[in-house]
Design a protein around this ligand. Structure first.
Ligand SMILES: [Zn+2]
Length: 193
């Protein structure tokens, strides 16, 4: 009990410092925040990802390299998946997270955007960004992952920006984050929206 109380104290102090730092820090400085002591592991299931399994695996690897407070691993056979990846003929879309290790969300790898020429790894990384709690920010910039189809069709950047990485780190930074329950909101990424 004492140990748990101490751990909570340490966490709250660290989070307090992080929150204060977040108010004044530049995005670059935000990246230097220490990793959470409560890193979250999420599972994903690509059984129904059809022809997109390789791109989904690449997107998972990008996120795992980009952030440390949450990591995504493939669900073992019979294991419940936190992120279900489906392929269909609609627009790419996803449940808005941040999904927790006790929750589940869905990503739809919609072929409509793929057929229009949008980069498939960028689509997968973008939709996983929704799973991790990032909303759309239609800045039109290819350097932003969550700008989605507001960036040119030719944009092949699948790397989250430093601000997007920091936002995911905050979403999985500890007790404050875990209090947020999943909202069953599905974001549809239709071009020209
Ligand atoms: Zn989106």
């Amino acid at each position: 009990m004492l140990r748990r109380t101490l751990a909570l104290l340490v966490t709250n102090v660290a989070l307090g410092a992080a929150l204060v730092a977040g108010i004044t820090a530049t995005p670059a400085a935000a990246q230097t925040l220490p990793p959470s002591a409560f890193a979250t592991t999420l599972t994903y299931d690509d059984s129904y990802a059809a022809e997109f399994k390789d791109e989904v695996a690449a997107a998972v690897q990008i996120w795992n390299s980009a952030v440390s407070n949450v990591q995504i691993v493939k669900a073992q056979p019979g294991q419940r998946a936190n992120i279900r990846i489906l392929a269909d003929n609609g627009w790419p879309r996803a449940t808005l997270g941040p999904v927790r290790s006790y929750g589940s969300v869905t990503v739809w790898m919609g072929r409509t955007a793929v057929n229009q020429g949008y980069n498939v790894v960028r689509i997968a990384t973008h939709e996983l960004g929704h799973s991790l709690g990032l909303p759309d920010r239609r800045t039109g910039l290819c350097s932003d992952l969550m700008s989605g189809s507001s960036a040119p069709v030719s944009c092949a950047n699948a790397q989250p920006s430093s601000a997007e990485r920091a936002a995911v780190e905050r979403n999985y930074s500890g007790w404050y984050g875990t209090k947020v329950d999943n909202k069953p909101v599905v974001i549809t990424d239709a071009a020209g929206k």
